[in-house]
Write a new protein. Structure first.
Length: 147
């Protein structure tokens, strides 16, 4: 197993302070979510999107993943958090162990990692809809939060 748990990527933490990631709902960067198998080596040290260990194209999935929509930054108590609309792959036959959210158009480099999502085990969908459902965007539950 190469996943070591869900985590905000260390590189993202400094890149936020450098102004590389813009989560504005109007004119911000584009973010994507890619799915990975258990062979992926994704950790908090991941710095960019990679095809290594990614779920292969086919079965309803296309490499590089889905664009995340409704990117909405918010403040919950004293914690900044970000919400995304749920994303899914229809007519899918997919087995994934985790995912990577990444900035698909950041500069100076493209495809910088934001966070690694560890599903805690393989999740499989056969000829159905594979859905990533994001939790409530609050200080305790949001996928991406800065306290």
């Amino acid at each position: 197993m190469a996943f070591t748990g869900s985590a905000v990527c260390n590189s993202f933490k400094t890149e936020v302070l450098q102004g590389i990631h813009n989560f504005s709902s109007s004119g911000g960067n584009a973010f994507k979510l890619a799915l990975y198998t258990n062979s992926a080596a994704l950790t908090k040290a991941t710095t960019v999107y990679t095809v290594s260990g990614e779920v292969a194209s086919g079965g309803g999935y296309t490499t590089a993943g889905n664009a995340l929509t409704s990117v909405t930054p918010a403040l919950s108590t004293d914690t900044a958090c970000c919400d995304f609309a749920d994303t899914n792959w229809t007519s899918a036959t997919i087995t994934a162990r985790g995912a990577l959210i990444y900035n698909s158009d950041a500069t100076p480099d493209n495809e910088q990692a934001v966070c690694v999502l560890d599903f805690g085990g393989d999740k499989t969908c056969t000829s159905g809809t594979f859905t990533i459902q994001f939790p409530t965007p609050d200080a305790s539950d949001a996928i991406l939060r800065l306290a």
